[in-house]
Design a protein around this ligand. Sequence first.
Ligand code: SF4
Ligand code: SF4
Length: 362
Amino acid sequence: MSLYRRVARDYVSMFDPDTGQGLRIKRDAVTGKLLAEDPFMADFPELLDVGIMGHCKHGRSGLCNKAGIGCYQNGFTKDKPNMTLLDFARLAEECEGRTCQFALGGCGDPDEHENFKEILKISRKHRIIPNFTTSGLGMTREKAEICAEYCGAVAVSWYRSDYTLKAIECLTKCGVKTNIHYVLSKNTVAEALQRLQEQTFPAEVNAVIFLLHKPVGQGRREDVVRWNEKEKLWELLGYISENMEKLPWRIGFDSCTAPALLRDEFNFPSESIDTCEGARWGAYVSPDMKLIPCSFANDMSQWEVELKDSTIAEAWKSPIFEKFRAHLRNSCKGGSGCHTGKRDLCMGGCPLTPEIVLCGKD
Ligand code: SF4
Ligand code: SF4
């Protein structure tokens, strides 16, 4: 696929579908001159997290819990229909030429959706790269071959099981760019550090992406890494920032980790860090067609905009989305302000779960 390039009124954005690399730069809305600054937001979501799954066939057996991960989508109890093919096709049509990637998700493994292959085909037909995360439990050679044909990358959640390793092997053997999604909670940070130091993640994996555990759904508040208990996490971040080039896998973090990554004790280049993208560059669509600034607000009705009554473009400009953005525009500006001097890069961190904002702010 050719390079995605969008020249909007006040920014320019580029995305390479083959490598997944992207670039965004601010543009003077009057003169059109490029400015050496980060633009705040897109005029239409560039990345849509599409919740095609309304229920999880493994949820009731507690798949996530058994793996030590609290399902943020409440898969243990949720029992909604999956997104219909018709609704998905409507989204893809509206997004053509404006959205570069779909992160397929929702409550359950996207590869278990009854129209999995059609969904991937529709995405490509509209020139949108589909990616998704799976537990890997239902992965088969046939599905892996479909992924190789249509997906940009597939992530397997690190559930420390035989099926985790089997799915990684099956996907990589079929030539799929395969990542690990590793949730960092109080109980898992030490293992992450040890696995990086001893290089015991599977060698064939492209990247290990760390995601901060959030107190959402079945994610327990007690498992959040807090500022006063961050020693092991700081050791992990310090190790990664010192050894990034030497590790056999690429390393990434969710944008929710930005307040910690921006701390001066680490050497992560600030050009490679972007803070919360909710309502700025991305959003979540629920299986029943509501646009929500972030998938972690999937059970917070105050952040939903009904897509049955409006287009994505209208929902993106709605007062609900503006309210979400207001947090990112204004946080830590008043009072004693930002104590790290990095407000422009951090924007106050997560608007939904302040307990995950690890910058040292009281
Ligand atoms: S004080 Fe606010 S803006 Fe500054 S680093 Fe902390 S959360 Fe981010
Ligand atoms: S709203 Fe919070 S959980 Fe969602 S992407 Fe932003 S920082 Fe992460």
